[in-house]
Write a protein of this length. Structure first.
Length: 395
């Protein structure tokens, strides 16, 4: 490791440490959004019936989380009576994940675009949107993003296909979103060699079986309906906002209903086409999967913004930064209004007001820019400066 590399590591460690302290302080002094109170209700239910029989139970909002999240809530079952302590502990996994993600962005980009590795990682570490989502909101999205990037890193840069499969299965056990990256990982492992594909599939299958089978055996259809049947946030976003403004109510209803399956298929198939056309672009294709999924998502929860901020920097610095800025402005505007002003404490969600709709649309356009330019750079790496994943790591 050269002097420059050591300096970059030190800078990143310092930034991440400062941000982590700020997030811990935020989590320790606030109650977060309504999601935290929903988690507390879910935890009380899990304390009564267990993490597997919770599916289909009557809650104020539907319980739609995979079994691994239920197991985590089962560990917290003694805390809901003290909401402040519960809210703090609930957010610790997201804070920890948010501390790991900048390092993953850094090591992944050092092999592909070393000139922007530190600026990109620092931008992720200092992202106001990610700080707010991890330290205040109270949800699992930063965890699944970190695990998805870790799975790609293990497969491509560490040649550890079995561990990659284990990690992506854990990610899906926390939240179903990373399923769009699974086809890319499988094909990428197959392109490496059949043994890698076999190890990835065994790791993912065994881990997935351990996570899902007890709940499927116990809850059956209630689990499938709760997790796979979840309709997402009702907050209009992206395509549904456009179709709604154009008066295409039928198309809007379709996007919010049956069209959700097409969204998942497209987010999985576009990067699959990319990696078949350009073998060796597994990391970039995983980033395309995550960003495309948010572009096409018919609804937006504020925590969904975390799906794309870090992956976007693996596709291009300019558009990723534009999206990061727009998403951060949106997050801080919305959380401040939901909290009744500064300082934040307990946020009660509501639909976007006009200025927030505009900011959200700008963020969505920037994210479209991320996806389009990212795909173009992968197809034409010699023009964009993007490097294939088999380039040796810099010293």
């Amino acid at each position: 490791m050269g002097d420059r590399s050591r300096r970059e590591w030190r800078v990143l460690v310092l930034l991440v440490a400062v941000v982590a302290v700020a997030e811990v302080a935020m989590a320790a002094t606030t109650l977060g959004t309504e999601d935290v109170r929903r988690w507390a209700e879910f935890t009380e239910g899990i304390a009564d019936v267990g993490p597997w029989r919770v599916y289909g139970q009557a809650f104020e909002t539907s319980y739609n989380h995979p079994p691994l999240t239920g197991a985590f809530l089962w560990l917290l079952r003694g805390l809901p009576d003290d909401l402040q302590t519960f809210a703090f502990v609930l957010r610790l996994p997201a804070i920890a994940a948010n501390a790991v993600t900048p390092f993953l962005v850094f090591v992944l980009l050092r092999r592909r675009r070393p000139d922007v590795a530190l600026p990109a990682a620092a931008s992720v570490a200092l992202s106001p949107a990610l700080i707010a989502i991890s330290g205040f909101h109270g949800n699992t999205d930063p965890v699944v993003v970190m695990l998805t990037l870790l799975s790609a890193y293990l497969l491509v840069d560490r040649r550890a296909a079995g561990w990659s499969g284990i990690v992506i299965a854990i990610a899906i056990g926390v939240k179903i979103v990373p399923v769009v990256a699974v086809p890319v990982l499988i094909v990428g492992a197959w392109q490496e060699d059949r043994g890698s594909a076999r190890r990835l599939l065994v790791g993912a299958s065994v881990t997935g079986l351990v996570i899902w089978f007890p709940a499927l055996f116990t809850a059956g259809g209630a689990l499938v309906d709760g997790v796979l049947g979840y309709g997402g946030s009702v907050q209009s976003w992206g395509l549904t906002e456009v179709t709604s403004r154009l008066g295409a109510d039928g198309l809007t209803d379709w996007l919010l209903g049956a069209g959700r399956s097409l969204v998942v298929a497209t987010a999985a198939c576009v990067p699959l086409w990319l990696i078949r056309r350009m073998p060796g672009m597994v990391v970039e294709a995983v980033a395309v999967a995550m960003t495309t999924f948010l572009v096409l998502s018919p609804g937006l929860g504020m925590q969904y913004l975390a799906w794309a901020i870090a992956p976007a920097y693996l596709l291009g610095f300019g558009w990723a930064t534009a999206f990061n800025i727009a998403a951060s402005v949106l997050a801080w505007q919305v959380y401040t209004r939901w909290s009744g002003g500064l300082p934040w404490n307990a946020a009660n969600s509501s639909l976007f007001v006009d200025i927030e709709v505009l900011i959200a649309f700008v963020a969505w356009v920037c994210l479209v820019g991320v996806v389009v330019t990212g795909i173009r750079s992968c197809i034409a790496p010699s023009r964009s400066g993007a490097l294939r994943s088999d380039v040796p790591s810099p010293a």
